[in-house]
Design a protein around this ligand. Structure first.
Ligand SMILES: NC(=O)c1ccc[n+]([C@@H]2O[C@H](COP(=O)([O-])OP(=O)(O)OC[C@H]3O[C@@H](n4cnc5c(N)ncnc54)[C@H](OP(=O)(O)O)[C@@H]3O)[C@@H](O)[C@H]2O)c1
Length: 257
């Protein structure tokens, strides 16, 4: 029987990039971690092996396609069965691609809305009894473009992140006082992968970085530190922290990163 009573965090879409750094950071703070992945099985396994080598039985995997709402209940059940407890739920998984109004389809709506808005709401709904019992918290990865500075050409992504931001604010009221709900809004904290269809060339990267007041893009660890703060911040709820080097103050609106 496992007598480990350390707290448990689940991060969606955490096999790599920002999600993986949140997992590593919170693991280093003594959390047991649940790594949710969709397609990145190899990266997820490698991350779990790395963390289990540091502390045995401290990292487990769950798989799920957030584009399929019929699977949300099963995914929530899998999350709960991992360590038989959950203290913190992080909504990090996200699809991100442009949608021209003239070309966008219902399939684009589903892909972007389901991962960025629908899944966060209904996974939270399923996990509320456990989070309430633990006096836990929910943290959403949003975007500095989820307020009033949309990315040009990304109408559905912008709408999805704005809905997600409103979920944070609404649920912070509905779930208080037992569960705190907050958000972190990255600016440019990691470039799209070079082999992805969102890849950015070097001159554009330099242009974006030089327009940021702090003169560089951030790092996934900057996001992880904000998440760590919000997990500990017992008197903060309904709040969204921008971690963007000041970028939202100078945003041109057409530089997705
Ligand atoms: N990168 C930035 O600088 C930046 C800027 C603004 C906002 N953000 C926000 O910060 C968060 C993390 O950013 P990121 O760039 O690290 O994210 P990302 O790499 O674009 O996506 C994270 C993960 O989302 C998962 N995902 C996508 N579609 C899914 C689906 N249908 N079902 C389940 N999982 C799915 C993928 O998992 P698999 O790989 O396992 O398939 C992916 O690894 C996101 O919410 C993003 O919107 C990031």
């Amino acid at each position: 029987m496992n007598h480990d009573s350390s707290p448990v965090i689940c991060v969606t879409g955490s096999a790599k990039r920002i999600g993986a750094q949140i997992i590593r950071h919170m693991h280093s703070q003594g959390y047991r971690v649940i790594i949710h992945y969709h397609r990145s099985l190899d990266e997820a396994k490698k991350l779990a092996e790395e963390l289990n080598a540091e502390r045995s039985d401290s990292a487990l995997l769950v798989q799920g396609d957030l584009n399929d709402p019929s699977t949300y209940s099963e995914l929530a059940a899998q999350i709960l069965s991992c360590f038989k407890r959950l203290d913190v739920l992080i909504h990090n998984a996200s699809r991100f691609y442009p949608t021209k109004l003239s070309e966008c389809s219902a399939a684009d709506w589903d892909a972007l809305m389901h991962s960025n808005a629908r899944a966060p709401l209904f996974l939270t709904q399923q996990l509320v009894p456990e989070l309430r019992a633990r006096l836990g918290s929910v943290i959403s990865l949003l975007d500095i473009h989820s307020d009033d500075r949309p990315f040009k050409g990304y109408v559905i992504y912008n709408m999805a992140k704005a809905a997600h931001r409103m979920m944070v604010q609404s649920l912070s009221l509905d779930l208080a006082p037992e569960i705190r709900v907050n958000g972190v809004a990255p600016g440019a904290n990691i470039w799209p992968d070079d082999d992805s269809d969102q890849a950015i060339d070097d001159p554009k990267k330099q242009r974006i970085a030089s327009n940021i007041p702090l003169q560089s893009i951030g790092e996934p660890e900057d996001i992880a530190q904000a998440v760590d703060y919000l997990i500990r911040a017992r008197y903060v709820t309904g709040h969204v922290i921008k971690v963007d080097g000041g970028r939202s103050l100078t945003l041109p609106g057409d530089d997705p990163a």
